[in-house]
Write a protein that binds this ligand. Structure first.
Ligand SMILES: Cc1cc2nc3c(=O)[nH]c(=O)nc-3n(C[C@H](O)[C@H](O)[C@H](O)COP(=O)(O)OP(=O)(O)OC[C@H]3O[C@@H](n4cnc5c(N)ncnc54)[C@H](O)[C@@H]3O)c2cc1C
Length: 475
């Protein structure tokens, strides 16, 4: 009997869920290596490993099942496990609950343990907590050598690069030396970032997305009393979920023809007006569009994609990535009492001045600049997508050997819709795959559970049986 060996680099949601599907569906002898560099991120990745207080899922529990064919799977798991979480889950679970993200991480880990226990004889999982430094193509039997930081190697016929979300990039400023200062926190996701911040000190958060909202929540939960400035180019906050919104039946036929970003927005506004007359919330129209988005994005020309990113994306993102009502009320309260100030401004420069930082910003529409004096600056601008800017040793090695190629817009890497990576000539690299955030340039929507769970199931089928079982996201 042939033995298949598959190495998954990255133990976040994408890597773990691929491992789960491999263990559930492999019928012949298979070894799955799941390799994660940070112990606390094993089975959780960036999103579900946070130990900061107030880090809720941004999607109601009813929509967070790992298995779409079992829509109540997560809800049932939560109900069964609620007694284990007297502090994190004090209230009875409802489909509309926004539970802490670390609890979802436990669910993912538990599903992997079940898949491992139920796997057929000869199908096994090997967890390795090591950083992968290189993936190199080798001879015929073992297609790849995966080199780990401890000097050992894993030989695998197939490799999945589940590298996920790269840490945010530093914003361009003249005084780059500031970024070495302890007063700057380059990533909002490290658990210890808030420890050094005195409770009454003013703080500046760069970026106004959901990550910023979560961090403000964590600050408040830790009893922070100081001023919180939020600076982002548009100063737009995420919209609020409406959990009781009735699903909107959007006819897919209307979206099949190629649409420019402008026409797509006009059509969306028209559809929202029509939906409102019929009693539907705009939230339902945006959600109904979700499955058509990759197709619409794919049909845009290169110039249209750039137009979308520049002019439409900021508005689209705040409607698409919404916050729970509790988060929205918290922000409003903080704004009303003057503790939170959101500014539509660009960052001009940052200078350390003793224990404080002078943050120079230019508000939108103004020519002059102003200085905010804060004790800490935290970068909440979101994951870096441009792989050419990454300092990660593995990413640099993969780029230099042509095993990953950035897409034209530098939003991720080039690949087929099924996740097979493409070389510089646009040809598939045999047995090398990816899923999740690296496919953003191709699919646009490729970072949330809803997309990742389809991709992981499909990729497992491709790895084991040579064909992706689920429908491709693109037309
Ligand atoms: C803060 C946050 C909150 C989110 N909340 C939600 C939500 O509520 N609902 C929803 O649907 N989606 C949410 N998402 C989106 C989505 O679920 C995540 O983007 C998703 O978890 C991505 O998983 P991933 O495994 O691809 O990436 P990651 O979570 O980034 O995992 C990649 C892993 O690879 C590891 N790795 C990288 N390089 C190496 C290497 N060289 N060697 C070994 N290991 C390596 C990293 O350490 C990391 O653990 C959220 C995302 C974020 C960032």
């Amino acid at each position: 009997m042939d033995h298949t060996s598959i190495a998954i680099v990255g133990g976040g949601l994408s890597g773990t869920l691929t491992a789960i599907h491999l263990l559930r569906t492999a019928r012949e002898a298979t070894t799955v290596y799941l390799i994660e560099k940070e112990p606390r991120k094993m089975h959780r990745g960036v999103a579900y490993s946070s130990s900061l207080p107030f880090q809720p899922l941004n999607v109601p529990a009813a929509r967070m099942t790992l298995f779409p064919e079992m829509p109540h799977h997560f809800l049932d798991w939560l109900t069964e496990h609620q007694p284990v979480y007297p502090t994190l889950l004090p209230d009875p679970i409802s489909p509309d609950s926004f539970v802490p993200r670390c609890v979802f991480g436990d669910y993912v880990e538990d599903c992997l343990a079940v898949a491992e226990a139920d796997a057929l004889k000869g199908v096994r999982l090997v967890r390795l907590t090591q950083e992968v430094l290189a993936v190199e193509k080798r001879g015929k039997n073992y297609s790849f050598a995966v080199s780990l930081r401890n000097g050992s190697q894993v030989m695998a016929q197939k490799v999945v690069l589940a590298l996920g979300n790269l840490p945010p990039a530093d914003l361009p400023i003249p005084n780059k030396a500031f970024y070495q200062s302890p007063l700057y926190k380059a990533s909002p996701w490290s658990p210890e970032i808030l420890n050094a911040l005195p409770a009454h000190a003013p703080v500046l958060l760069l970026g106004s997305s959901l990550t910023m909202v979560d961090l403000v929540g964590s600050l408040v939960k830790k009893g922070h009393q100081g001023k919180i400035y939020v600076v982002s180019r548009h100063g737009l906050l995420p919209q609020t979920h409406q959990v009781d919104a009735v699903p909107y039946p959007l006819a897919p036929v209307r979206l099949q023809r190629p649409l420019s970003p402008l026409k797509a927005m006009r059509l969306l506004r028209k559809e929202v007006r029509k939906a409102a007359q019929e009693g539907y919330a705009w939230h339902s129209v945006v959600d109904a569009l979700r499955d058509s988005l990759s197709g619409i994005w794919h049909n845009f020309s290169f110039q249209e994609k750039k137009q979308f990113l520049r002019h439409v994306k900021p508005y689209w993102e705040i409607h698409r990535h919404r916050m729970p009502l509790a988060s929205s009320l918290m922000l409003r309260q903080l704004q009303e009492k003057g503790q939170l100030e959101v500014k539509a401004a660009s960052l001009v420069d940052l200078h350390a001045n003793g224990k404080m930082v002078h943050a120079e910003i230019r508000e939108r529409g103004n020519t002059g600049t102003q200085i905010l004096e804060v004790a800490m600056v935290i970068n909440c601008t979101g994951p870096l997508c441009d792989y050419t800017k990454s300092k990660d040793p593995l990413v640099q090695q993969l780029l230099s050997e042509g095993l990953i190629c950035p897409d034209d817009l530098k939003m991720g890497v080039t690949a087929t819709p099924a996740g097979n990576l493409l070389n510089a000539e646009g040809l598939p690299i045999e047995n090398l795959f990816t899923l999740g955030p690296p496919l953003k340039g191709l699919l646009y929507e490729s970072t949330a559970l809803r997309e990742i769970r389809h991709q992981a199931a499909s990729l497992a089928s491709l790895l084991l049986f040579g064909e992706a079982m689920l429908e491709a996201a693109l037309p």
